[in-house]
Design a protein. Structure first.
Lengths: 191, 164
């Protein structure tokens, strides 16, 4: 069924139509939440809350933008709230200790794969320590692979601002990682 | 091209946003600059590591669990609406009370002004116009003036008032 028709029906109170929209977008919303939390259960909870928020405020959606863009905006705002509220509770892994878990894990298989996982964990720890606006834009672009235009619509920023903020975020992430990956035994030796 | 500009080009190249001419310029710079080669390598490594290796699926029965929650929410919605309106009513009453209090404070009636002796005299006089007439009836201007002065001073002591 056409998405516009689904939205119209859903706004008129048709739960089944909303269910179809959930089926279409649950993967994207979950993936976005997982990009921030790296925790399946937390990402699932967040995705559920995002859809509840979208259901409650769907009357506010006007066809000025794509439904997906609007839903992403609801999701990003909700996830930002979640991160702020849980900042103290969520333990940030110190960069020095990032990778310990992967090193200690015995079921990672070949050495190369294990090292890769260690490095991934270090990058994740550095990403989590970036200011929120940089973390959000890097997640949308470099993890979820959204286009500049989509990011511009979701964050309500001009494409020029998206461009400059994204570049600044990548620079900051590189600065945080300089000397870290090599020290943990990574094959690339960023230093 | 300097290294600063090269880094900007490097970052744009990660998104495939360089036109062929810019690509050539960057390539030429990279061939000569080991520092920018290193940066280029680092950015690409970080980009490959920032993505999770695999993104798991949502937990089972995602839609069913969600729709059940929404059904529950719809059931409790009228009660929630009532609570919302009750909160608003309390807030409005409080605001009205505060406005009323402020109104009383700012617009309270003035204290009754103390009546001057002249006014008291005029009020006590059964016919204040009679006195005024007697003042005006005086032939001499000095007498009239003196009577007016005494009347305006509001001398309480009636016998001391000037009587020509």
């Amino acid at each position: 069924m056409d998405e516009k028709e689904l939205i119209r029906r859903s706004q008129a109170g048709d739960g089944e139509a909303f269910g179809v929209l959930v089926e279409r977008y649950k993967g994207k919303v979950f993936s976005l939440a997982y990009g921030f939390t790296r925790d399946r259960v937390a990402a699932d909870d967040l995705a559920q809350e995002v859809f509840i928020k979208a259901y409650v405020s769907q009357s506010k959606f006007q066809a000025k933008s794509e439904f997906g863009t609007w839903l992403y905006r609801v999701a990003v705002n909700h996830i930002k709230d979640y991160l702020r509220k849980n900042k103290r509770r969520m333990k940030e892994i110190p960069l020095e200790k990032a990778g310990d878990r992967a090193l200690a894990s015995s079921d990672l298989g070949p050495e190369e794969q294990r090292l890769r996982e260690v490095e991934r964990e270090i990058v994740q720890a550095a990403l989590a320590r970036l200011p929120e606006k940089y973390r959000v834009i890097l997640t949308l672009r470099d993890i979820d692979g959204l286009s500049y235009e989509d990011i511009s619509g979701i964050l309500k920023l001009s494409p020029g601002t998206v461009d400059s903020r994204l570049h600044r975020a990548r620079r900051k992430l590189r600065e945080k990682l300089t000397g870290r990956l090599g020290r943990q035994g990574g094959e690339y030796g960023l230093s | 091209m300097d290294c600063h500009k090269a880094e900007r080009f490097l970052l744009r190249s990660l998104d495939g946003k360089l036109d062929p001419e810019e690509k050539t310029l960057l390539q030429t710079h990279l061939e000569k600059c080991p520092s920018c080669q290193k940066k280029d390598r680092e950015y690409r490594i970080i980009l490959s590591l920032v993505r999770p290796q695999t993104v798991p699926e949502p937990l089972p029965y995602f839609k069913e669990r969600l729709l059940a929650k929404l059904k529950e929410k719809d059931k409790t919605a009228p009660a929630l609406l009532w609570v919302k309106w009750a909160h608003r009513a309390v807030a409005l009453s409080l605001a009205a009370f505060l406005l009323f209090g402020a109104g009383i404070l700012f617009f309270r009636p003035e204290e009754p002004r103390e009546v001057s002796q002249t006014e008291r005299f005029l009020l006590q006089d059964e016919n204040p116009l009679g006195e005024a007439a007697s003042i005006l009836d005086q032939n001499k201007a000095e007498d009239r003036s003196m009577m007016l002065i005494f009347a305006s001073v509001g001398d309480k002591d009636m016998p001391r008032r000037y009587r020509p």
